[in-house]
Design a protein around this ligand. Sequence first.
Ligand code: PLP
Length: 483
Amino acid sequence: MTSPTTGTAPGTGPTGTAPTGATPGTGPTGATVPRAARPAATAERVRADYAALKARGLALDLTRGKPSPAQLDLSTGLLDIGAADLGPAGAGADHRNYGGLTGLPELRAIFAEVLRVPVEQLLAVGNSSLALMHDTLVHAVLFGVPGSGRPWGAERTAVLCPVPGYDRHFALCEKFGLEMIPVPMRDDGPDMDEVERLAAADPGVRAIWCVPTYSNPTGAVYGEETARRLAALPAAAPDFRVLWDDAYAVHHLTDEHDAHEAHRTPEAHEEHEAHDQPARPDGATTPTPTPAPAPDILALCAEHGHPDRAFVYGSTSKITFAGAGVAFLGSSPANVEWLTGHLSRRTIGPDKLNQLRHARFLRDAAGLRAHMARHRALLRPRFDLVERVLRERLGGLDGATWSRPRGGYFVSLDVPDGCARRTVQLAAEAGIRLTPAGATFPYGRDPRDRNIRIAPTYPALDELETAMEGLAVCVLLAALERS
Ligand code: PLP
């Protein structure tokens, strides 16, 4: 896939070394991006713009990556699946009753393909993958993971955290007393030289967080080579784990067909194209893009002699209903046995009616892709807008770089060093809420105080434009104050 980032020098990554908004580059569709529309604004103009912004008394929010109401409406059909469809199904089990600890096989089959986990090794449990990550850590801290038996909580345990990264991963580590070691993020995953160095030297390093597809917040997509190196990693800790959070596995913003598609047989391709796609509320159908799957981390780990190394997570939170979806956890047979052993003490079984509704609604992996194309139609204009405003307003500002993601839910903005906190503060005073500066780093510590995560999915387009224009004014003023 093409690089998701922009920056100040061609060809590198989200840590601030990629092609700039002021330099012609390649957009999400591969189109050339024009030069910045205007030079950096004058000091008086910036101050006047900020005063005018404050005077508007805005109340806008760019904080959390939530689906918009229009996105949620795409899944209203889930609620139309009624009693007639939800009775005894499958092997005659009554889904209204207890049981079925590992989740509904029909639904697991759909996500087994997407998450690249053999269906018998994929659990469908609860409505939140974050909760499953939480549980994995709790079990590891209390009891240790298979192959070791040393509880992570009994001795110093450190987790490698690619930065910028997902604040809730960091919050979990902090809660359970797991030390966090930041590792720079590149366009194709973490700096693997650094990961290898740290993991080989320190037996306390027992895990790494990974968001392999459209990473939160940079949009980086892990390459095969990165995954291979993670799988092969000669870690000093025998119980080293890769926490593979594939939250955005099918959340593409482009309709690019990838190498995966190129390798399909013509017959498979025709069948795929002819798939009976679920109708939109207006009756139209949308062409189905083929997702670029994340590397098959479980197979790679097995191939490199570490079959129990990876835990894979995913959910339908940003596919159907964020509060009423289904979460998935896949791993090796030994890890799955370990997990279900703990899970069986925690619950007598998941909500199989919701799982059945999801299976009926999505139908299969192709139906899922068709559904995601409808999300894309709503999301793409928002990401294009963010890119346009950043390019027009900050394209001439030294030190301002941002990601141009090809999927996922976020844009990662780097402002000039030392300006992120002040920008967020200025924005708050002008009625624009932003994710706190530092949130994308462990312990809230962004060493250069420059990264801001932008979540463009929820606000209406006009509000998003106002918020982005306002944010740009705040960045310019913060930079001016520091100069
Ligand atoms: N993982 C990542 C990388 C996310 O960005 C998010 C939500 O923003 C989640 C997990 C939360 O997933 P869930 O709703 O399944 O708990």
